[in-house]
Design a protein around this ligand. Structure first.
Ligand code: COA
Ligand code: AMP
Length: 640
């Protein structure tokens, strides 16, 4: 079901007249009041806004509209949870009913237009209902990934100031139960801001204690009378999604109702080539942008069926679980992170488990979250026998910026190592340090010429200044992505990694700056550096290098334990921070800047030129010996 339009023609049209292009796309939605203009500039901050003047409601588009079109009996959501051995389906009509009632319950708790609601739950239908119920009321949800520790949750509570928190009593991994409610209580004890209510979903395998007066049972809220969707301006915030920046303070990426709906609907058709009624399985978490966009909103806006998976790609019960899901639910598009494929490959190198299943429904495997290494790309293509598409995006964009748009005609085929071509709406440019475009084949900073298309973040929550400083100010007229990469002579783009202090651990975006803040707070530590070094499973993992204060007698092993525990307690287990090396000195420039990139290159075994500004090159030999001693990094791990 291809859109009868060539990629090149469509991309050129989207850049030549963005307003006309996106206004035409907006006509596919059931607006309450259609916009008459597409692009405007915000008076307060000068940022671009899409479809000001139009009113709509995203939950209405995801549910009521489909039911009105006769799609009520079609499956909207398939919840498949090997960890709890549950399989349930929700039709569009059922999901609408639950959402309308839960929205009624939230309204009884005082939630209205513009109020924030934090959702701290695993991949559960009740979490999807909570997201859609907020959208229905014009409230602003913020889903926080369950792997974050109470401190991180507290930071988000203080920033978002939610009227209500919706949480699950706990989550389940293949070998253990993870209680969530005690983490919420701990976060609330740390936070300055206090919500009026905490709504708790009890689960069969874990029951949470409820605090009288404040805590409410999720099921009780579902008894409320259903409420209709509240039309909101297109520019009204739909959600806030926190993501790591270069410091300990996360960035609250804001998404609007109108631009988001237009962009996601378009992407489902042009990028993923999915028609209403078809099935997508996105193996991610609703706490990440990928999950929010392609487990929840994208599929529902398009009238597709979305598979909501509570589990891991391996050990639930084996490395064939994704293939089982594809066969059982007749999945047309599978979307996950390269890490998940590497985890499967590690346990089933020959891909034998795939042969146990009928994968004939599958048309494409899409990958994102980190660069897909060519070996993983080739393995997946060979095992699944379908094209593999690596595509690039960020929480900030909310949908892909580079891709192979399999729904368009005359689209060059995907190529291993490349994230493809600029998606319509995105004028992706590679710039040098002065902001000048570089020639093909030259690596530089990846930027997008303004205006950003619909769906991209119009601001950061309560931090307009940071939005400008971090993204727009460095090169006027461009959005700076924070990634480095290049474009080849044929136009294929390659994203090679972050150029800032952000790392990607198993497709999870984390700040090394935040980890350094935690290490530096230890009384024995004089200075430190945290590097993201190459890891065969997770892509990258953090490693800490610390210099002790004079006279400290603490041993490396004991200090490592304390620092590992400190990072786990503050950020969470998902950081996978497990190694600390005590070093005598850190290499610096003459102006005192730690040479983190050089250290990473050393650990990764990459060739590098000795920085001309290095203060004392002998320090690199010392650190090389330390890496060797501990077997740190791919360059040394066999020596350990
Ligand atoms: N709630 C609570 N804790 C969580 C969690 C959650 N939702 N998710 C992860 N954790 C914890 C794990 O229990 C683990 O804790 P441990 O150190 O006590 O063992 C830690 O965080 C690290 O988790 P993870 O990286 O998931 O390790 P794993 O060995 O369980 O699984 C993979 C490895 C590769 C299978 C897994 O990381 C994976 O599926 N990655 C794909 C990532 C992905 O989909 N990213 C989405 C971005 S698009
Ligand atoms: P997040 O905001 O968590 O989605 O992380 C965004 C970051 O992940 C980007 O800035 C990139 O560094 C990385 N990333 C995402 N997709 C890709 C990809 N296809 N190729 C390379 N890096 C990617």
């Amino acid at each position: 079901m291809k859109t009868a339009c060539s990629y090149a023609v469509m991309h050129a049209a989207s850049l030549a007249d963005p307003a006309a292009f996106w206004l035409a796309q907006a006509r596919y939605l059931a607006w309450h009041r259609p916009p008459t203009a597409a692009l405007s500039q915000d008076e307060a901050n000068g940022a671009h806004r899409w479809f000001a003047g139009g009113t709509l409601n995203t939950a209405y588009l995801c549910l009521d509209h489909h039911v009105a079109q006769g799609r009520g009996p079609q499956k909207a959501l398939i919840y498949d949870s090997p960890v709890t051995q549950t399989l349930s389906t929700y039709t569009y009509a059922q999901l609408l009913d639950l959402t309308a009632r839960f929205a009624g319950g939230l309204r009884e708790l005082g939630v209205g237009v513009g109020d924030r609601v934090i959702i701290y739950m695993p991949n559960l239908p009740e979490a999807v209902v909570a997201m859609l119920a907020c959208a229905r009321l014009g409230a602003v949800h913020s889903v926080v990934f369950g792997g974050f520790a109470p401190h991180e949750l507290a930071v988000r509570i203080d920033d978002a100031q939610p009227k209500v928190i919706v949480c699950a009593a706990g989550g389940k991994e293949f070998d253990r139960i993870i209680p969530y409610k005690p983490l919420v209580d701990e976060a609330l004890a740390k936070a300055t801001f206090q919500p009026a209510h905490v709504v708790v979903l009890q689960r069969g395998f874990v029951t949470a204690e409820l605090q009288p007066g404040r805590d409410v049972d999720y099921q009780e809220l579902l008894q409320a009378a259903p409420v209709p969707a509240v039309p909101v301006p297109a520019t009204h915030p739909l959600y806030i999604l926190y993501t790591s920046g270069t410091t300990g303070r996360p960035k609250g990426v804001v998404r609007d109702h109108g631009g988001h709906a237009v962009a996601l609907r378009f992407s489902m058709e042009a990028i993923y080539d999915l028609a209403p009624g078809e099935v997508i399985f996105t193996g991610s978490d609703i706490g990440w942008a990928v999950g929010s966009s392609y487990i929840v909103y994208g599929p529902l806006l398009r009238g597709c069926t979305s598979v909501l998976f509570e589990g891991k790609p391996v050990r639930t019960p084996d490395a064939g679980t994704f293939w089982r899901l594809v066969a059982q639910h007749k999945v047309n598009v599978l979307f996950t992170a390269p890490t998940a494929i590497r985890a499967i490959k590690k346990e089933d190198p020959e891909g034998r488990l795939a042969r146990n299943y009928d994968l004939s429904s599958l048309r494409h495997l899409f990958l994102a979250g980190e660069r897909c290494d060519p070996a993983t790309f080739a393995w997946a293509q060979q095992v699944l026998g379908v094209p593999v598409v690596d595509h690039w995006w960020q929480t900030e964009s909310g949908w892909p910026m580079l891709a192979t748009l399999v729904g368009l005609e005359e689209m060059p085929a995907p190529r291993a190592g490349s994230a493809g071509f600029p998606v319509p709406g995105y004028d992706v440019q590679i710039l040098d340090e002065e902001g000048r475009p570089v020639p093909a084949g030259t690596t530089g900073l990846v930027a997008v010429k303004l205006p950003l298309p619909p769906g991209c973040f119009p601001t950061l929550w309560r931090d307009e200044a940071r939005y400008h400083e971090a993204y727009l100010a460095p090169f006027p007229g461009y959005y700076l992505s924070g990634d480095g990469g290049y474009r080849d002579a044929e136009g294929y783009c390659y994203i090679m990694g972050r150029v800032d202090d952000v790392i990607n651990v198993a497709g999870h975006r984390l700040s090394t700056g935040e980890m350094e803040e935690i290490l530096a707070a230890h009384p024995a530590v004089a200075e430190c550096a945290v590097l993201g070094i190459a890891d065969q499973l997770r892509g990258q993992v953090p490693v800490g290098l610390v210099v002790l204060k004079d006279g400290q007698a603490v041993g490396e092993g004991a200090l490592e334990k304390e620092l590992v525990a400190a990072v786990r307690a503050r950020i969470g287990a998902l950081a996978c921070f497990r190694q600390v090396l005590v070093v005598a000195r850190l290499p610096k420039t003459r102006s005192g800047k730690i040479l983190r990139k050089t250290l990473r290159q050393l650990a990764d075994g990459e060739a590098f030129a000795l920085p001309s500004t290095i203060d004392d090159p002998r320090i690199l030999d010392e650190i090389r010996a330390d890496f060797q001693r501990r077997g740190t990094g791919v360059a040394f791990e066999k020596v350990a």
